[in-house]
Design a binder for this molecule. Structure first.
Ligand code: DP6
Length: 360
């Protein structure tokens, strides 16, 4: 499958060497992407909040070479990471047709995260989107004629080919990926900004990420997605995601936070229920994940505050709440939930506006 819109015309300029840099955030899905078809096409639409503080900073240094094939090295916090190379090589192979300059340069990819790698915080989302953005910025220097809109669209398109959820990290604050009948412009190929009205109660919505288990995940998302192929509940799950997207359109219009909570928590638990009922089955939640969830439910019932949780493919808990209830909820998190985190670690985040180019 080649999408001709993203295949460039011959470049106008020649660059021998240089560097570009981007910071790109993580995102947290409200309706989850879990299951995909060939070419990184999602099995169902998803929608996410773009985060502000959890991000990857990537510098891409490039130097012309004469040898054939891809040539690159990757560093995380200044330390060479050969174990990242297969994923990046696969990414380059998938996108070479859209960025024909890839084999003309040797690349030095220097990256750092503001959060622990492989912690269930979507480091592949911020990492792949930051790299895609650097590459599109380099392409822009070779061509110059690119609108901001097309720049973001191409970055999202390429990021998806690196990691599906990465296509939702280019812009903020609410991003839809995957075609849905009632969301105009939605596409399986790129993330788009949510096109309808969003109630002001979602402005500056907060996400405190409780780091329950910072270790490497036992099962990668890629393996988890594959297990949806012959999952007994796959079709019902994909249909449910469409229904939940419809329900969220109404929620965003009206600001009905109770309905929001029920959709978001059900999505999180369904994601993990899919993992627990696949073949082979697996479980990424830890006892402390459940402790936190139970405490959130008790606190919500007692106070009537609009606190809820969602989960990624990991044990960590994202605690979501509106800005105007933040003081009381943050206090509750510190006194009652943080004790269930590994080394009491947590990250306070809020909704963000997406990736930014870094001047170097
Ligand atoms: C549970 O985007 O990491 O976070 O496309 O294989 O790289 P690949 O998967 P990835 O899957 C993320 C899954 C999720 C849900 C979501 O973010 O929508």
């Amino acid at each position: 499958m080649i999408v001709s819109e993203f295949v460039p015309k011959p470049y106008k300029f020649i660059l021998d060497s240089g560097s570009v840099a981007y910071s790109s955030p993580s995102n947290i899905a409200l309706v989850k992407y879990w299951g995909k078809k060939a070419n990184q096409i999602p099995a169902n639409p998803s929608i996410s909040f773009t985060l502000n503080n959890c991000k990857t900073l990537t510098t891409l240094k490039f130097e012309k070479k004469t040898t054939k094939g891809f040539s690159f090295e990757v560093f995380l916090d200044g330390i060479i990471q050969n174990e990242f190379k297969p994923k990046i090589k696969q990414f380059f192979e998938r996108i070479e047709v859209y960025l024909p300059f890839l084999t003309s340069y040797h690349f030095k990819i220097e990256t750092s995260n503001t959060f622990p790698h492989s912690s269930g915080i979507a480091s592949s989302a911020s990492g792949m989107s930051a790299l895609a953005l650097c590459l599109v910025q380099l392409e822009q220097r070779l061509n110059l004629e690119m609108t901001k809109g097309f720049f973001n669209k191409k970055a999202s398109f390429l990021a998806r080919l690196g990691s599906g959820s990465a296509c939702r990290s280019i812009e903020g604050t609410l991003i839809v990926w995957g075609s849905h009948t009632n969301i105009i412009g939605s596409s399986d190929l790129v993330g788009i900004k949510y096109p309808y009205k969003v109630h002001p109660c979602f402005n500056n919505f907060c996400d405190t990420i409780l780091l329950v288990d910072k270790g490497e995940k036992q099962v990668s998302s890629t393996v988890g997605h594959d297990l949806m192929y012959r999952h007994p509940f796959a079709e019902q799950r994909f249909a449910q995601a469409h229904t939940n997207m419809d329900a969220l359109i109404e929620v965003f219009k009206t600001g009905n936070l109770s309905a929001f909570i029920s959709i978001v928590e059900r999505e999180a638990l369904t994601l993990h229920a899919m993992m627990m009922s696949s073949d082979p089955y697996f479980m990424l939640m830890k006892p402390n994940t459940l402790e936190i969830i139970n405490k959130i439910w008790v606190f919500r019932k007692k106070t009537g505050l609009h606190i809820c949780f969602t989960l990624d493919a990991g044990a960590n808990v994202h605690v979501l709440f509106p800005e105007n209830e933040a003081n009381e909820i943050r206090e509750f998190i510190k006194t009652s939930l943080v004790m269930h985190c590994q080394n009491e670690q947590f990250i306070e985040d809020i909704l963000g506006e997406g990736a930014q180019s870094i001047k170097i």
